[in-house]
Design a protein around this ligand. Structure first.
Ligand code: SF4
Length: 336
């Protein structure tokens, strides 16, 4: 992946663009400050031979410095293909680990080490090893499929990883009728609704998606006739039952661009609604979204600091990289 040429916006240009997302947060003064930081970041990226990969849930101003914006699957592919010496990962810790695992020769930096994930925290390698041993006695063909939202040492104990974009395809393709699916119970439920295999789920959830209720969706649907509801599969089953389409974040981007519909309720983290408002100005997007405080820990100031001081570097033991890489490569092989 080559470094993209990104133009430095002026404060006024940034204000015109970002005020569409949130006029209160992106007033002229805030945009002047952001523009000054963006200028320094773009300069440092050139000096360091660095690229910035950003997840769809990042802040709008982070999108302005990103060479690539995407969901977990797209970011994993982009990280694997990266040729720059430094990858600055604007996302959360497990995503930066994934970049390191797939491209260990590169220096991978995460601007804020506290940017974790409630799903990743819900499963440890020790607990998984114990559960796997228990279940293997009952199901000798047991396979472990781990959602990428987990730590590297959990990935290293898995037969394959998956993302929300390819979870059903990976479970169907894996050579086992019994699948221990970790750590997201809601995504496991969704996969089970699409597969005749036996899915054994873990008791984790994304606190952001899990708090969205059917009442919130129904209220908007009843007040805006014709609205299309797009929901992420990390949401609860009773929320997914109300959706017109269940999609990963990047699939939501494509769906909203290509659909004949012109109004959508976006049921996922708010960063995706912000991206849609910026990139698809001819349609209307309503938010049933929640903020992920981990994702929002990444700021322009933190990214500038990361590039200036080359911190915080992601390092992993070789054996963890080797084990986790197998599971991630299996996902890329089976998941297309
Ligand atoms: S949105 Fe949910 S799954 Fe994604 S990083 Fe935040 S807590 Fe984790």
């Amino acid at each position: 992946m080559e470094t993209a040429t990104i133009q430095t916006p002026t404060g006024a240009e940034l204000h015109r663009k970002l005020a569409a997302v949130d006029p209160g947060a992106y007033g002229p003064e805030a945009c002047d400050r952001h523009a000054a930081e963006i200028r320094q970041i773009l300069q440092l990226k050139r000096e360091r031979n660095a690229i910035v990969l950003a997840h769809n849930y990042q802040r709008p101003e982070i999108f302005e410095i990103a060479d690539f914006i995407g969901d977990s699957l797209e970011l994993a592919r982009a990280a694997r293909a990266a040729e720059a010496e430094v990858i600055v990962f604007c996302g959360v810790h497990f995503m930066a680990e994934t970049a390191k695992i797939l491209n260990p020769e590169r220096m991978v930096l995460l601007p804020e080490m506290r940017a974790g994930c409630s799903l990743a925290e819900s499963v440890t390698a020790e607990a998984l090893a114990e559960r796997k041993a228990e279940l293997a006695k009952l199901y000798p063909d047991l396979a472990v499929v781990s959602y990428v939202n987990c730590t590297a040492d959990v990935k290293a104990l898995s037969d394959a990883c998956c993302t929300s974009a390819n979870a059903v395809r990976i479970v169907e393709a894996i050579d086992s009728e019994h699948v221990l699916f970790v750590p997201d119970r809601n995504l496991a439920d969704y996969v089970q609704s699409k597969s005749r295999k036996q899915i054994i789920s873990w008791d984790g959830n994304c606190y952001v998606h899990h708090q969205i209720t059917p009442t919130e969706i129904e209220r908007v649907r009843n007040s805006i006739p014709g609205i299309q509801v797009l929901a992420h599969p990390e949401c609860r089953r009773d929320v997914l039952a109300l959706a017109d389409a269940v999609l990963s974040t990047s699939a939501m981007m494509r769906y909203a661009r290509e659909s004949a519909a012109d109004k959508f309720l976006i049921v996922t983290e708010c960063g995706l609604s912000d991206r849609l408002l910026m990139e698809v100005p001819n349609k209307r997007f309503f938010k049933a979204c929640k903020l992920c405080h981990y994702m929002k820990m990444i700021t322009l100031g933190g990214t500038l600091d990361a590039l200036r001081n080359l911190r915080y570097e992601i390092t992993l033991p070789d054996e963890v990289i080797a084990g986790a890489r197998q599971a991630l490569e299996k996902m890329l092989e089976l998941g297309g």
